[in-house]
Ligand binder design. Structure first.
Ligand SMILES: Nc1ncnc2c1ncn2[C@@H]1O[C@H](COP(=O)(O)OP(=O)(O)OP(=O)(O)O)[C@@H](O)[C@H]1O
Ligand SMILES: [Mg+2]
Length: 604
């Protein structure tokens, strides 16, 4: 007797279902895809208990005849392809004829459909893959499919479902992905009788705003590009929409949401170094490509595609983002020509407070660090995208350099040394310039200053160290300790003095003069963390150390400053090579021109 058996269709369907339907969200994905393929202009999704007890999708698409309704739930039954060649020319979201068969194998399905123009509809009931019933139904445009009790007959899988909240969140994400790329379709989404969203047909930008918030609308840059073969459209977020977590990256190929690390890399690298490691921009990018240039049949839930010419697509995407991102640098202010005396003069005499000996300290740093340790909110600095900005002709360094050509400074862009400086919300410094006013972000400004001073001290004259009264003992992990050994010489040049003090333990004996640290140990740890975070992005150890140091040592948003401290900071800022961007690429200064103000007050 043979040991090998051919499995029953019912069993194979159940096995196949394991691939297609993993959770309620994948079920919703399949049903909504079908509705979109059917040409619907309105899709309603109703779920209960995170989709675990009910997923119900109603559309107004082309519908199905009685025969098709019956066939639709058979395995490999599809209206979307018929020959092998068709696989190379897929223009629909579905093509395998598997989804409905898989879904109905592991749940209780009720489907009602009316073929467009027909005067009768049909209702079909399937339980665990077994047809129960088909009967006429009053004609209602489109198709509605309800799926109850997912995995009721596969307890092992039901156990793996997550909590209602988690499953719900997954569905929200799926719905968002569809709604974003189809702003012309009206979507309604209801969970446990509560309306989550109801979206009318609208333009793509409004759709993003409605799916996220109005803040998004304000911070989007359009992306639009075409080559002979490819075209791209959509929106990318400016730096205000950068998050510390992945998750708001939406990349579509021929209207299909796909995950693709390589193309994601192309898009992110189009930000031209404005992002650091661990920073994730928002984008919603749609790539149109001839269907024969991709293979969509490479992933069980159709979440990936294979490009026949990856390199070309990569370059195209990167260039397109670069073009669009140029807009970001328009926020660079027209501070223009500073008078040489206030500007190119040697750095001002350090203003040191507290117990530090002025003779000892060669670095101009005040006691900024001691003040309030509030959370740094400078990252949320508003960037007024609609202002037109120019920039001075001084030599630009690093990331902003490439954009220099875009700006033409005017004679009016002189920073006036003697005008008062104001601090608002312990966060921004405001001052007048000839052409209007400037707003400086105190944290990033100080960060830029310290960054350049740190680099300088590593290359030329070392920063003076300030002895601590009591050395601080700091125990480190093995990784941290070996990182510390790697960057130790650079930290020394900035002014740290440390000694090994037992296994993976150090004693911090001195810190850069002029800084009041409070907890030196924490700062060292933070520097190590952020150094490791930079990965290979920063070009040299030196700049990585400098960037980590300056970020941690800079005054925080929330620290209150005296006018003298502000002036000291501003002077030092304008003595840096690049007063416009912090080492992480965030803007430091924005300006508001008189013309802009006049326009806003409707004076013109
Ligand atoms: N909402 C709908 N409106 C009209 N026809 C539908 C709808 N849902 C399914 N169908 C029909 O049923 C067929 C089977 O659907 P199913 O989702 O199982 O396969 P598919 O979409 O062809 O391929 P895939 O398995 O990749 O999704 C479809 O090809 C389509 O003809
Ligand atoms: Mg389908």
């Amino acid at each position: 007797m043979s040991k090998i058996r051919i499995l029953s269709e019912q069993l194979t369907n159940k096995i196949a279902a394991g691939e297609v339907v993993q959770r309620p969200a994948s079920l919703i994905k399949e049903l909504v895809e079908n509705s979109i393929d059917a040409g619907s202009t309105e899709i309603t999704v109703v779920i209960k208990n995170g989709g675990k007890s009910l997923c119900y999708v109603i559309d107004n698409g082309e519908g199905m005849s009685k025969d098709d309704l019956l066939l639709a739930f058979e395995r490999y039954a599809t209206s979307k392809i018929s020959t092998v060649d068709d696989l190379l020319d897929i223009r629909t979201l579905g093509f395998r004829g598997e989804a409905l068969a898989s879904i109905s194998a592991v749940s209780i399905v009720n489907a009602i459909s009316t073929l467009q123009g027909a005067d009768t509809g049909y209702e079909l009931r399937i339980e665990g893959g077994r047809f129960r019933d088909v009967k006429p139904h009053s004609p209602e445009p489109g198709t509605s499919i309800s799926v109850r009790n997912l995995f009721y007959n596969v307890p092992a899988r039901r156990k793996f479902l997550k909590s209602r909240e988690v499953e719900f969140r997954n569905i929200v994400e799926i719905m968002r992905k569809f709604a974003m790329i189809h702003p012309d379709i009206r979507f309604t989404f209801i969970h446990n009788e509560k309306e989550i969203f109801r979206l009318r047909a609208e333009n793509a930008k409004d759709r993003i705003e409605h799916l996220f918030s109005s803040e998004y609308g304000k911070n989007l840059l359009p992306i639009e590009n075409k080559s002979e073969i490819l075209s791209v459209s959509g929106f990318i977020g400016n730096l205000n929409l950068v998050r510390a977590r992945r998750g708001e990256q939406y990349f579509y190929v021929n209207n299909r949401f796909v995950t693709d690390r390589y193309m994601n890399h192309a898009i992110v690298s189009g930000y031209s170094g404005l992002l650091s490691r661990g920073e994730f921009p928002f984008y919603c990018i749609h790539l149109s490509i001839p269907p024969e240039m991709i293979d969509v049949n490479v992933h069980p839930t159709k979440m990936e595609v294979k490009f026949r010419n990856q390199g070309m697509v990569y370059q195209f995407l990167k260039n397109s983002v670069e073009e669009s991102i140029k807009e970001i640098t328009r926020v660079i202010p027209n501070l223009g020509k500073f008078s040489p005396s206030s500007y190119y003069s040697p750095p001002p005499i350090p203003k040191i407070q507290g117990k530090v000996d002025t003779q000892e300290a060669i670095s101009p740093t005040s006691d900024f660090q001691e003040r309030g340790k509030k959370k740094d909110t400078s990252k949320q600095a508003e960037i007024p995208m609609h202002f037109s900005h120019k920039v001075d002709q001084r030599k630009w360094t690093d990331r902003a350099e490439r954009f220099r050509d875009v700006y033409k400074p005017t004679e009016d862009d002189t920073f006036q040394v003697d005008v008062p400086l104001y601090q608002i919300h312990n966060k921004y410094i405001i001052s007048q310039i000839k052409s209007g006013l400037v707003i400086i972000d105190q944290h990033v400004a100080h960060e830029r200053v310290l960054y350049e001073e740190a680099i300088e001290s590593m290359q030329n004259e070392n920063w003076k160290a300030q002895q601590l009264l009591f050395p601080q003992i700091l125990e480190l992990s093995v990784t941290d300790f070996s990182t510390l050994l790697e960057i130790f010489p650079f930290l020394e040049k900035i002014g740290f003095r440390m000694k090994e003090f037992g296994k993976n333990t150090i004693a911090i004996e001195a810190v850069p003069a002029g800084m009041k640290w409070g907890n030196e140990g924490t700062i060292i740890k933070e520097i190590l963390d952020s150094y490791q975070d930079f990965g290979t992005k920063e070009t040299s150890i030196q700049s990585k150390v400098a960037a980590s140091f300056s970020c941690k040592a800079a005054i925080k948003s929330g620290d209150s400053l005296t006018e003298e401290e502000m002036r000291n900071l501003v002077d030092r800022l304008f003595a840096t090579k690049n007063p416009y961007f912090c080492p992480h690429g965030r803007p430091i200064i924005i300006n508001l021109t008189i013309e802009e103000l006049d326009k806003r007050f409707e004076r013109t």
